[in-house]
Design a binder for this molecule. Structure first.
Ligand code: KG4
Ligand code: ZN
Length: 330
């Protein structure tokens, strides 16, 4: 039963996890960097890279100790090789290369987006290919028809900001703190989603894509008008995002014949309103709805280890000179 070590360091989460190919998460260790970035209201790449350097080694040791195994018990070493903040990606990938070289075990260079895309299969053993995936994170907002490991057909993407980015910018504009998504969700729970008229960019459009930049500008105008409470802006913003996500996903469902399920992954999938609306959409289409538990939606090592397990099972391993990539479309 192959055991995979997975490393994640592409943004502001440092993580190491051990997952076997029967979907047992043997260990997962994670260190966030929120306090380091909070004074700047966003992730500072240089600070992130340094923090990964400090955190990663101890996290690998912690994961091994938690699983009660040594490196010799690990069958392959997987790490995010991109896309992401290049300094951080290099830290994780170099660590993985060093461990692979020292142990003679194969290296698996995982696309971070593939980590998110396959993570629902770690949580839901019955989830079979193909499925329609809404991948919504801080850096990405895409609809993918997932046909198999390494086989992703992109049906839609954002033409400007990612959904998580819109949450983060809205939080900053409203002074709600960092990280933005959970802060907006908490404020929205105390607000009235009908209080502030906000646009629904590209809703109902014939093209398949997403857009959130106009929404962000509208939030800025609403704030500067001085007419609304922050909670009401947050609730109205969240409602607008949900409606855009649902509209675009419904459109993609019509083009996804044969899909076994509607699936959501990525940090924004931790949002209760987003999950609830997608669940209702799936039910209306008589499809099962699959969302990983919240901790598996935001960046973590288990999703990278699991993508490594799926790739290893498919015979996909990588040479030690595999490059780290800031950009890497799926
Ligand atoms: O997948 P992830 O951890 O990192 C990326 O690969 O980008 O996603 C992080 C994003 C951030 O923009 C964060 O604000 C958003 O996910 N997020 C949320 C929630 N939790 C995290 N957005 C809305 N509601 C949440 N509860
Ligand atoms: Zn991510």
């Amino acid at each position: 039963m192959p055991l995979i070590l997975g490393l994640e360091s592409s943004c502001d989460e440092t993580a190491a996890a051990l997952v076997d190919d029967s979907r047992r998460i043997r260990a997962h260790a994670l260190a966030g960097q929120e306090a380091a970035h909070a004074p700047f209201g966003g992730v500072v790449p240089e600070i992130a890279a340094r923090a990964h350097v400090e955190a990663l080694g101890p996290l690998v040791e912690r994961a091994l100790a938690e699983a009660g195994v040594g490196l010799d018990a690990v069958d392959a070493i997987a790490a995010t090789a991109g896309p992401g903040l290049i300094g951080g990606v290099m830290v994780g990938l170099l660590m993985a290369k060093g461990l692979a070289l020292a142990t003679g075990k194969p290296l698996i260079a995982v696309n971070h987006l593939e980590g998110h895309a396959l993570s629902p299969r770690l949580a839901a053993p019955d989830l079979a290919f193909p499925y329609l995936l809404l991948l919504v994170s801080g850096g990405h907002c895409q609809l993918l028809f997932v046909e198999g490991v390494g086989r992703y057909r992109r049906l839609a993407t954002t033409i400007d900001d990612a959904a998580g980015e819109a949450f983060d910018k809205t939080a900053k504009l409203l002074g709600l703190g960092f990280p933005g998504g959970p802060a907006v969700e908490r404020a929205a729970a105390r607000g009235d989603a009908r209080a502030v008229p906000l646009p629904r960019p590209l809703k109902g459009s014939a093209e398949p894509h997403f857009s959130f930049a106009g929404l962000k500008s509208a939030v800025l105008r609403a704030r500067d008008s001085g007419r609304y409470r922050a909670e009401d802006i947050a609730a109205s913003f969240q409602q607008a995002v949900v409606e855009c996500l649902i509209d675009r996903t419904a459109r993609a469902l019509a083009a996804s014949a044969g899909a076994t399920a509607l699936v959501v992954a990525g940090g924004v999938a931790a949002n209760g309103a987003v999950r609830g609306a997608l669940q209702a959409l799936a039910a209306a289409h008589d499809l099962p709805f699959v969302a990983p538990p919240q901790w598996l939606c935001t960046d973590n090592g288990a999703m990278i280890a699991w993508a490594g397990a799926e790739r290893l099972a498919a015979g996909l391993v990588d040479p030690l000179d595999t490059p780290a990539r800031a950009r890497w479309p799926l």
